[in-house]
Design a protein around this ligand. Structure first.
Ligand SMILES: Cc1cc2nc3c(=O)[nH]c(=O)nc-3n(C[C@H](O)[C@H](O)[C@H](O)COP(=O)(O)O)c2cc1C
Length: 176
């Protein structure tokens, strides 16, 4: 898929078909996270893949929208450690995974942590690791084909603040 079309057509989805994801798709999603750039190339992340009813149930209790985790075909907790812009780094890895999934026709959604301590336990993190977000992935219940609209159409339809509201341009006065 064209990268710009993938960016413009992707939306977070919270309901999935109850199907596991093919192993090669899971590998590509995780590898897309691994390939993200990070401050000083520290790669401060670990992607914790959570499998099995009991473990998924325990993690679902830590997020704001448990049903999204319970119905997912792939659940990935992102943990970070160390100093520097680690939240930004985690965001880059996360967005890589979300877009790589969409390229495979897989929907996804980030889940914020309502109970960070419980998430730390559910993800079996070490002392120096911090849980940031839980990503879920799944086969969409209703496929929104990216090719059904142009990138410009997807952009115009998006529920986002307008460009001239989010962009502020600074110019030197003597530049004319
Ligand atoms: C850090 C982060 C945490 C989020 N947490 C949740 C969440 O707990 N539950 C949820 O349903 N969506 C969550 N979302 C998804 C946002 O609600 C979503 O990105 C936003 O509404 C835009 O959705 P759209 O792409 O479908 O337009 C989260 C998104 C981010 C970036």
């Amino acid at each position: 898929m064209d990268t710009y079309l993938a960016i413009t057509s992707r939306r977070d989805e919270r309901r999935y078909d109850a199907q596991p994801l093919p192993d090669d798709v899971v590998t590509r999603i995780l590898d897309a996270g691994r390939l993200a750039g990070s401050g000083k190339n520290r790669q401060p992340w670990t992607f914790v893949v959570v499998e099995g009813r009991e473990r998924v149930d325990a993690l679902a209790r830590c997020v704001y929208a448990p049903e999204n985790v319970l119905g997912a075909g792939l659940v990935v907790g992102i943990a970070v450690s160390g100093k520097g812009p680690i939240s930004f780094d985690a965001g880059r890895a996360a967005q890589n995974m979300l877009l790589a999934a969409w390229n495979e026709g897989i929907s996804s959604c980030p889940n914020g942590l309502a109970d960070r301590d419980a998430a730390r336990a559910a993800l079996e993190l070490t002392e120096d690791e911090t849980p940031t977000v839980v990503l879920t992935f799944g086969v969409p219940q209703r496929l929104r084909a990216p090719e059904s609209h142009t990138a410009a159409e997807w952009s115009a339809r998006a529920n986002r603040r307008p460009l001239d509201e989010v962009v502020r341009r600074l110019r030197s006065t003597h530049d004319g």
